[in-house]
Design a protein around this ligand. Structure first.
Ligand SMILES: [Zn+2]
Ligand SMILES: [Zn+2]
Length: 344
């Protein structure tokens, strides 16, 4: 007999989502069934909600969306022997091929043959979720559910920030979305001297201040070079983390980096972003594209939280899953950090 669950579904091409009864998935060989406890809404979920070009290219309705979650193992598929029912888990949202050169070298984030949970297949905004056992991450009991719910996004921030040595460095983060705000906390935790973040959203800049930003700059009204002087930056930023996907923000970053500085690029633009190569060359800058997370980032995240990194200021809204529409509206308004949905 089929059993049913509640799920937030992209029902058809077009704007919006729908709460539906769908069959509880059955774990296939090598898969694990996870009973979802809490989820977090990601920017890409908002893209799916709005049905932008990227969403149209990936999502095939009707489909359960969502990929940021914490839960517990409810059942094991055939051949899965190294986990137990009841263990608290999250999961890597990219299902990779395991056979290509990137996978073999441990760089699953560069796999060419990647399937996105909640994007290319059914996701986590549901009472149950099925994923391959190798994507399961065991979660220590010391870690709060609400924080683990957005480890996926935390992982993007950790991947970008921890690509570079940060001790004593001056860091510019462009883009105070939730990932940029989390990156502020990571950079301060990892020993950066000054962390300055730019955006045009005062609400989110304020969250970045709560996460420890030395300056949170509204570039509509404030001049970044002036703020740099106030913060005692004499030669420019050592490290830049581009998290906005804005060409203007990247331009400003290039112009305020010190010679030999290093930049991580995480923000994807709606259109191709031109880069001022003359500045890159004359300053000897190194630009590194960042995608997804490494599996090691999952360990780093747990250890940073256990070591005292407090990400609770990033959470601004909590809703029951039946109130998901309010959660998405909070995200769309720009007046939110992470929005948590409770599946109890
Ligand atoms: Zn996400
Ligand atoms: Zn691969």
């Amino acid at each position: 007999m089929r059993q049913w669950m509640d799920a937030i579904v992209k029902p058809r091409a077009g704007v919006g989502l729908e709460l539906r009864k769908v069959p509880i998935p059955q774990p296939q060989a090598g898969e694990v069934l996870v009973k979802v406890r809490k989820t977090a809404i990601c920017g890409s979920d908002v893209h799916i909600y709005k049905w932008n070009d990227w969403a149209q290219a990936h999502v095939k309705p009707p489909q359960v969306i969502g990929h940021e979650y914490v839960g517990e193992i409810a059942a094991l598929g055939d051949g899965v022997t190294d986990f137990e029912v009841g263990q608290r888990v999250s999961g890597e949202g990219h299902i990779t091929c395991g056979r290509c050169r990137s996978c073999h070298s441990g760089n699953i984030q560069w796999c060419n043959d990647v399937i996105g949970v909640g994007v290319d297949r059914d996701g986590a905004f549901a009472q149950y979720l099925c994923i391959p056992a190798r994507n399961i991450i065991l979660i220590d009991k010391s870690l709060p559910d609400e924080i683990v719910a957005f480890f996926d996004a935390f992982g993007n921030a950790a991947h970008t920030a921890l690509t570079f040595p940060l001790v004593g460095e001056d860091v510019l983060i462009s883009g105070a979305g939730p990932i940029g705000i989390i990156a502020v906390g990571i950079c301060k935790f990892a020993g950066a001297r000054r962390v300055i973040i730019t955006d045009m959203n005062e609400y989110r800049l304020d969250l970045a201040r709560k996460m420890g930003a030395d300056a949170a700059v509204d570039i509509r009204y404030q001049d970044l070079p002036t703020i740099m002087k106030e913060q005692n930056l004499t030669e420019g930023f050592d490290v830049g983390l581009e998290m906005s996907g804005s060409g203007a923000a990247l331009d400003q970053m290039l112009s305020t980096m010190r010679n030999g500085g290093r930049i991580g690029l995480l923000g994807i633009g709606n259109k191709p972003i031109p880069v001022n190569m003359n500045t890159v060359i004359s300053k000897g800058l190194a630009l590194q594209g960042i995608y997804g997370r490494t599996m090691d980032n999952w360990h780093q995240m747990s250890y940073m939280v256990q070591g005292g990194l407090d990400l609770s200021p990033v959470i601004t809204h909590r809703f029951h899953f039946t109130e998901y529409e309010q959660g998405f509206q909070a995200m769309i308004s720009g007046r939110s950090g992470k929005v948590i949905l409770d599946w109890a």
